[in-house]
Design a binder for this molecule. Sequence first.
Ligand code: SAJ
Length: 431
Amino acid sequence: MTKVCVVGLGYIGLPTAAMMASRGFEVIGYDVNETAVSSINAGKAHFHEPDLQMLLSAAINTGRLKAQTQPEEADYFIIAVPTPFKDGKKPDMSHVESACDAIAPFLQAGSTVILESTSPVGSTEMITSRLSAARPDLAWPQYKDPGDAQIAVAHCPERILPGNMLRELVANDRIIGGMTDTCSRRAQSLYETFVTGQIYITDCRTAEFVKLIENASRDVNIAFANELSVICDRIGVDVWQAVELANKHPRVSILQPGTGVGGHCIAVDPWFIVDSAPEEARLIRTAREVNDRKPEYIFHRILDLADRFKNPVISCFGITYKADVGDLRESPALKIVTKLLQHGGMRVLICDPLVKSLPALFSGCPDVDLVDADAARREADIVALLVGHKQFKRLEFNRFLHKVVIDATGLMSRPNGFATEGHVGPRAERW
Ligand code: SAJ
């Protein structure tokens, strides 16, 4: 039976490990986090993703997936560890480096090492030289020069969308870029067993760059929408309607403005391009800055409105990093709540159907509560719609008429929101 060692059991590694186990592979999941390892072995996912819990329970029950705090020998090693940035927005490759150091003793002739973590250009070559330094007894490929390599090394960047990961793991097209063509083919032999999308082969540098530009392209497009929202706020135009109408043009497809760009991917990866070509990557840098400024802008708009009240109550609808996921990582909405509380002089109510308890970050803070939608509406002086969860689409916006509303989601511009029904209250603010 083909054996796969998945290194890193986080947002990418765990769904990948569970899915591969469901396809009949023998899967060892390796992670340094003992709590996550115990939880996984008990069949419990340590974060929420649709269908993951079910798939994981089955993988553990059949014995095909085992989590542990040590790697072991395998045919394939898939590295899926975080690649954040550090000071100066420089890529932090320390987790990838530690992963290499951990698996090096377990490699044997015939092993294939696949880097799935989004990484700066040159990373696949970097891990090859790190691994080869640790294992000089094995023959290693050089970039585009197969020689008589015993180990294959390739980059196959993950592309799955939080909230739809398990479907996308199988259905998405994949890019595989090996150190050599043979390396690519070895990685392909694994992915073609479960990927129903197309698999495209290239070299590792191109694969690394492709993944970075996918996320940078989305970031730039979201920045355009966010910039429009701020312009519209100034000139008194409903950005949601404007975007919707502009998108009726056959060659225009503007994305949606929001509270900013959160998560651990799109807000991070474009910086890897900026770091590698700081002078040239001007648009990419500016897009990052525009998106990073958006939560700050909303915070100041709320503050301006809060001036109208003595001890205002601000109800924030949604605090996750995007609609319909429970993930709070790098959430712009959470940043806004944090800044409001730091500013003080107000009470903040959070309503988020996907957040079950007040984030630890706010524990002990007397000015914040997690409440249901009714209480959030009833008690609010100002309603801030920050994340467009589908549950919020069912809110009766007519009942918000006497509130001051800041809508960063477009919920109130939709047909079931009151804005399009011509009921915009004199105190409602939209953009
Ligand atoms: N957002 C907007 N307006 C939009 C779309 C998104 O403001 O029109 C915001 C979201 O609210 C969120 C952020 O952007 O805060 C990012 O959300 P997202 O859904 O665009 O992307 P992620 O970060 O959840 O996942 C992305 C995906 N990349 C692309 O779509 C190009 C996913 O396929 C990648 O696998 C993932 O990054 C990753 O791990 O790199």
